[in-house]
Ligand binder design. Structure first.
Ligand SMILES: [Zn+2]
Length: 109
């Protein structure tokens, strides 16, 4: 496991040291090394966070397609199916967002 360093100004996390922060531009002196416990949380949750973000993107696509179907409005059954799909996509998206927000607050990012 590589050592992680965190920018104390903006919170950017880097593998290894950097000359300056890619997010806020401060120099290396503003970075502090994370404990192995904190680094473990970040590495351990990295894949899960990626999966949540992919699910959010897919749900967004479902919502977009459902909206097209709603506007096409072929018949009442199609309209009902697209409306339900759009609502379910919202739920899927928000559930993953809530999980990500929970991760952030626990240092799992
Ligand atoms: Zn920074």
């Amino acid at each position: 496991m590589k050592k992680l360093f965190k920018c104390t100004v903006c919170g950017y996390v880097s593998e290894g040291t950097l000359e300056k922060c890619p997010k806020c531009g401060v120099d290396a002196s503003k970075f502090e090394e994370l404990s192995s416990e904190a680094a473990e949380k970040i590495y351990r949750s990295d894949k899960s966070n990626d999966i949540h973000m992919e699910i959010i993107a897919l749900a967004e696509k479902i919502a977009f397609l459902s909206q097209e179907g709603i506007e096409d409005n072929l018949d009442p059954k199609c309209l009902a199916a697209f409306t339900q799909a759009k609502d379910e996509a919202w739920t899927i998206k928000q559930r993953s967002k809530a999980e990500l927000a929970g991760h952030m607050s626990l240092g799992k990012w």
